[in-house]
Each structure stands twice: as C-alpha cells, then as structure tokens.
Design a protein around this ligand. Structure first.
Ligand SMILES: Nc1nc2c(ncn2[C@@H]2O[C@H](COP(=O)(O)OP(=O)(O)OP(=O)(O)O)[C@@H](O)[C@H]2O)c(=O)[nH]1
Ligand SMILES: [Mg+2]
Length: 408
C-alpha cells in the first residue's frame, strides 16, 4: 500500500491533489489543519493536510470508475497488508519522499477513525442520535418542570399555612414571610423545629439573658399609659425586697399630680427617697442627692411620641445623666405600625433596651419578634399583669420562643 501526505490551502484543493495523484480509489486516513512554514517564521498560512492511501496495483484502473464516497479500508484489509508488507521498515512506498510516512505512523493513524462512506453513514447516525438526545432532554426538562410545579404547590401550601399561623400569633406579615421563606428555601420543608432554628439564628444576638440591665440610674421612657410607673415599681421593689438594694426614686412626670402621688406611694411602701424634678437643672441636683443609693429609678411623663417638644426635653434630660440604662416601655397591645412610629420617635437614644408590658392582655405574642427586628435592641423585661412586684420577669428568649412555638 502506498501512503502519502498531501497539503493544500483548503480541503477542496487538497482533495483535488489526492484525486489527481491517487484516483478515486484513494483512502483518506486522516485530515488535519496545519500551518505553512512561512518566511523566517512569519507569514504562516492555515493549510489542510490529508493523509491518503492507495493500493498500487489498483491505482490507475479505479480512477475512472470509482467514486470517492465509495472508498473504504477495513481493519481486516489493513491487517492483511500489514502481514504482506512485513519486510517494510522505513517508507511505505520505498521512496525517500518527505511527504511519506513511516509504517509505525500509519499503524498509529489506523487506530483513528477513517473517513469513508461508513464514517459518513456513522455521522448521519450520530446526528440522529444527537437529535434524539435533544428530544429526550427536552422531555426530561418538561417532566422535571411538571414535577417541580407540583413540589412548588406543596411548598406553597405549606408556606401559606405557616405564614398564617405566625400571623395569627402576632407576627407581622412581612416578618412571618421572611422566616417561613427562609425555612422553606433552606430545608424544602417547614415545621416547628425548622422555624425554631431560623428564629434562633436570626435573633441570636438577643438571646443572652444573663446580663443585668440595671445600672446606677435607670430611666423609663415610652408612650402614655404603657405601664412605665408600674413596671419601674415592680423592678425597684424586687431589688429592694429581694436583693436588699438601697433604692431611690425620681419623677419627671409633673404634668399630673396623680403621677407624682403614684410614685410617692411606692416610695413610702419601700421606705426610700423620692425626688421630683421639673427641668434639666432639677435633674442634675436630684441625681447628686440620690448618689448614695445603689440604684435610682427615674420615671418620665407619658406623652405622645409625636410631641416633638417633649421629645427634645427628654433628649436633653437624658444627656445630663451619666451611668444610665434607658428602658423603652412598649405595650404588647400595640400593632407593628405603632411600634415603628414609636421607635422612630425615640431613635435619638442610642442605647436602650425594651420592656414589653401587658403580655397578659394579648394572645399575639409574636409582636415581640417584630419589636426586636425593628428596634434591633434586646428585650430586658416582660410584664404580664398589674400586680406589683410579681407580674414581671427578665426576658428569656429561649423560654419565650419555645412557649410561642408550642402553640403554632
Ligand atoms: N394588664 C396589665 N396591666 C398593666 C401592666 N402594666 C401596667 N398595667 C396597667 O396599665 C395602667 C397604666 O400603668 P402606668 O404604670 O400608670 O402606665 P404609665 O406608662 O406610667 O402611664 P403614664 O404615666 O400615664 O404615661 C395601669 O392600670 C396599670 O395597672 C401589665 O403588665 N398588664
Ligand atoms: Mg406613669
């Protein structure tokens, strides 16, 4: 067998060379792109290299009658020739032509697919298989889509159910959605345990209830009637009676006589001093007079948080007190919008904790989460009744969450 390498500028030109020299019986062993040498490495051109073979005795007789598409070389043909040409070592056609290839090279090439009519047929089959694969892929995607939709429907139903449950327990729609969506996207499921985990992670920074919020001066602020005075009296009483602390009271609520009287009553019961301050200077004086007490509890007037003048006065008074803890008292009866407005009005205070009162008057405790979420501040106490000093406790996040989730 004669094997030769042909190089042309394109496949048509190269094939024409093959046909011219070997006729239609030529077998194409390999086709590849190559580069011309160029001048000093420059001006290299893309070329097409074709490795073709022909049986010498058949070369001319077949030129006229055989079409190139009918050419073929089977592995059997090649093996037969291999045995016949076993004496062959250097060049297959015996000529020392640089386009000729070694027998070893041919052997290597033969392992590669040969471009012949069988290959062309195979290419058609491959094309058909590719089309079938595309159809199957498409069907598969449609199937997955259908399946996904069903799964989505189940999850959607689950999502709506849990959002509703959380909303019924007082969470705002927005926060309920955030929690349940996170639960479903992370777990493809939603239940009490999953919600617990989400809440736990989300409010992780506010879980610690080991720290005492009580400082030397403790100021209670918040809207009218939320329970500032009652709560302050509860905490002060527990410290005085339970821990034997020396308590002092101060009230800034001079707008109503009954307000001063209310605190004076607690002061008398606890046998501790009470100071009444009318302005910022009075506050400074009163602070000094109460300096020897372990803790001083300062009551402020319940005024609308929309009253800007009152808010300004409060800001000035707070600024004049060092070593203080500010407690913003909010009622569990408020709705999310009230909470937003109030927090906005008190946003001039950097550091504070929240006390939520009247938990006994609501079954919508979920508001607690909205308060933490909105305020980004810890809850220090919750109160759940009018009894002084009993109806109050330090807020325990874990206990609260567990009790809350038990009911959903
Ligand atoms: N049910 C219930 N009532 C409470 C609670 N805390 C306070 N109250 C009641 O709420 C009412 C108002 O309480 P106050 O302590 O006077 O509220 P305040 O914020 O000081 O009110 P102003 O000084 O007028 O702004 C009183 O009748 C309290 O007994 C609570 O936890 N639960
Ligand atoms: Mg009061």
């Amino acid at each position: 067998m004669q094997i030769k390498k042909f190089v042309g500028e394109n496949i048509t030109q190269t094939m024409a060379l093959v046909k011219k020299e070997m006729g239609n019986d030529a077998i194409i062993l390999q086709t590849k792109k190559t580069k011309s040498k160029g001048f000093l490495g420059f001006f290299k051109k893309d070329m097409v290299e074709v490795l073709a073979a022909i049986e010498p005795d058949k070369s001319n007789s077949r030129i006229a009658k055989t079409k190139s598409s009918e050419l073929s070389l089977t592995k059997g043909d090649y093996d037969k020739k291999n045995v016949e040409d076993s004496g062959f070592t250097e060049h297959i056609d015996g000529k020392n032509n640089k386009n000729d290839v070694s027998f070893k090279e041919v052997n290597k090439i033969y392992q590669k697919p040969v471009l012949n009519n069988q290959t062309i047929k195979n290419n058609d089959i491959t094309k058909d298989i590719d089309e079938i694969k595309t159809v199957i892929k498409d069907l598969n995607e449609r199937f997955v889509q259908t399946f996904k939709t069903e799964e989505d429907e189940v999850l959607h139903e689950l999502k709506s159910r849990y959002i509703k449950k959380l909303e019924l327990k007082g969470l705002s729609r927005l926060l309920a959605e955030k929690i349940v969506e996170e639960a479903i996207s992370n777990n493809k499921d939603c239940n009490r345990e999953i919600i617990l985990k989400i809440i736990d992670t989300r409010f992780n920074a506010f879980k610690d209830n080991s720290k005492s919020f009580i400082k030397k001066y403790n100021v209670f602020v918040g809207p009218t009637g939320v329970g500032k005075t009652t709560t302050l009296a509860k905490i002060a009483s527990n410290l005085a009676i339970g821990e034997g602390k020396r308590i002092g009271f101060m009230t800034l609520d001079t707008y109503r006589i009954s307000a001063v009287e209310q605190l004076r009553t607690y002061a008398e019961i606890l046998n501790c001093p009470i100071e009444v301050a009318y302005d910022k200077d009075d506050v400074s004086e009163a602070v000094k007079r109460l300096e020897s007490r372990d803790s001083v509890f300062i009551d402020t007037a319940g005024r609308s948080h929309r009253n800007k003048i009152h808010m300004k006065e409060l800001e000035e008074i707070l600024g004049s007190i060092e070593e203080k803890e500010v407690f913003l008292v909010l009622s569990a009866n408020f709705n999310k919008e009230d909470i937003k407005d109030i927090l906005e009005a008190y946003s001039f205070i950097d550091e504070f904790s929240v006390i939520i009162t009247k938990m006994d008057e609501t079954s919508r405790e979920g508001l607690v989460f909205d308060i933490i979420d909105e305020a980004n501040k810890p809850i220090s106490y919750i109160t759940y009744g009018q009894n002084v000093p009993d109806d109050i406790e330090v807020f325990d996040f874990n206990k609260f969450v567990n009790e809350f989730l038990r009911e959903i």
